[in-house]
Design a protein around this ligand. Structure first.
Ligand code: GDP
Length: 290
């Protein structure tokens, strides 16, 4: 049986619970926690929601969900990532192993390649397969890949990729990076070094740090955001694996706790399975609002 999406579970909950008493709101909290909004956030939000519903006499599921959406909207924001013309732009993709960094680099390369000179930088030199994977994407997409040997200094890869873009007059470096969080100190040191190089090579305002979050990993995403945000300071999140069963509430939790906007949503393994993030659409899908 296909797994029920979060929105479907929410819908079922409303159809089986007709009362709007305290226990309704308690149970609603449990469901929202399963949606990865974070327990503390949920308790704060539902307390307020209960007050608002009582004050405004909201009883119908649609009205309650719409009130919930209004309350969540301030936490969820988007950001337009358009490479600046005539400049050297560098987007560094960060995240733990397996979240979809390399795939997202390729999707973004495909997304931007008709707008500007795109170069993919294989700055995850720790995993040999990551370099090969990126080179394969480069061949398929006809996009240049700058790669050094396995084990080479990742910041040197970003340096060379940025030089290559500068020699063309303008463009965008999309840098893949390593994500072995179990070796946190080394990882953070390595990322901070790449960060310094990228910041010095990109033109002003053209360097963006993007955290890739797997929308199926739940609350771990919040911890990942904290680690990477502390290490280098994040500009935006890219939400991957956002298929029909994904809960994705973690994006709202990251927005609430760290104020980081979401740039893109990825919903499959194909190059075109990426779209700019829209808060209204996201919340409608999350809450199952038509
Ligand atoms: P990395 O270790 O962070 O570089 O992760 P990869 O890019 O290698 O992706 C890990 C796995 O997730 C691969 O099997 C990808 O095909 C898959 N993947 C990446 N993004 C998505 C997505 O948006 N949706 C789905 N369904 N799978 C994805």
């Amino acid at each position: 049986m296909a797994k029920m999406s979060f929105a479907e579970r929410l819908k079922n909950f409303f159809s089986f619970n007709k009362n709007r008493d305290d226990s309704f709101f308690e149970d609603l909290s449990d469901i929202l926690i399963e949606g990865d909004l974070g327990a503390k956030n949920v308790f704060d939000i539902v307390e307020e929601l209960e007050k608002n519903c009582k004050k405004q006499k909201l009883i119908e599921p649609d009205d309650i969900l719409s009130e919930l959406k209004t309350m969540l909207l301030p936490f969820v924001s988007s950001i337009d990532l358009t490479p600046q013309a005539g400049k050297v732009n560098v987007y560094m993709l960060l995240g733990v192993n397996g979240v979809g960094k390399t795939t997202s680099v390729a999707k973004l390369a495909n997304y931007y390649k008709d707008q500007t000179n795109v170069i993919m930088a294989a700055a995850d030199t720790f995993r040999a397969a990551a370099i090969e994977q990126l080179q394969l994407h480069g061949q398929r997409l006809n996009v240049r890949v700058v790669a050094h040997q396995h084990g080479a200094d990742p910041s040197a890869v970003v340096f060379d990729a940025a030089e290559a873009v500068r020699s063309k007059g303008e463009g965008l470096v999309l840098a893949d990076t390593a994500g072995r969080l179990h070796n946190k100190e080394n990882l953070v040191r390595e990322l901070q070094k790449i960060d310094r190089i990228a910041a010095s090579k990109a033109d002003e305002g053209c360097y963006k740090k993007l955290l890739i979050i797997d929308s199926t990993t739940g609350q771990n995403g919040l911890r990942q955001a904290e680690v990477f945000h502390q290490a280098v300071g994040l500009d935006a999140v890219i939400l991957t694996k956002y298929d029909s069963t994904a809960k994705g509430g973690v994006a709202a939790a990251i927005g609430k706790d760290f104020g980081i906007p979401v740039a893109f949503v990825c919903f499959g393994e194909g190059y075109k399975d990426i779209r700019p993030f829209d808060p209204e659409t996201y919340l409608d899908e999350f809450l199952g609002i038509k």
